[in-house]
Design a protein around this ligand. Sequence first.
Ligand SMILES: [Mg+2]
Length: 161
Amino acid sequence: MSADSAGYQEFCDEQGLLQRLEELSPRTLVIDIEPLVAYWDGTQDALDRGIARELDLVSAVPSVVVVCFATNSARRPSVQPPSTEVDVVYLAAARKPTRVKPYLSFPRPGAVVGDQVLTDGLLAKRLGYTFLHYHAPLTGAPLRPQLLAVLGRLASRVIFG
Ligand SMILES: [Mg+2]
């Protein structure tokens, strides 16, 4: 796959995500927060632990040099996640998929990991990144992400073929 062609793949859990990442070998990963990293109404501690858990998972994929957490919500980790082997960026109020400027300096190829076609998927498309679509269990999710997920399923065939 060329760096500019937007691919689409699905996964259901972190083991599935790891497999996709090992196949794709992206250099940049943009990771949505809710609900893969932390649940919508979760605690600060759950968000901090979720970020540490994802960074640990990504550390098993040697191609990755930039990890950018991006959420449209306003929540932030209690400390800036440390950049060790990879550069770690955290974007709150990221305005996915409208705002693309923060990602333009990241090395390609890249992938956006997230549950929503209309925010994460469209961002991936705009950046020429692969969209790794997380099929999250939506039981107990707030109404807005549930509605967005339904609309996204309808839109995904149009957007990704
Ligand atoms: Mg999400």
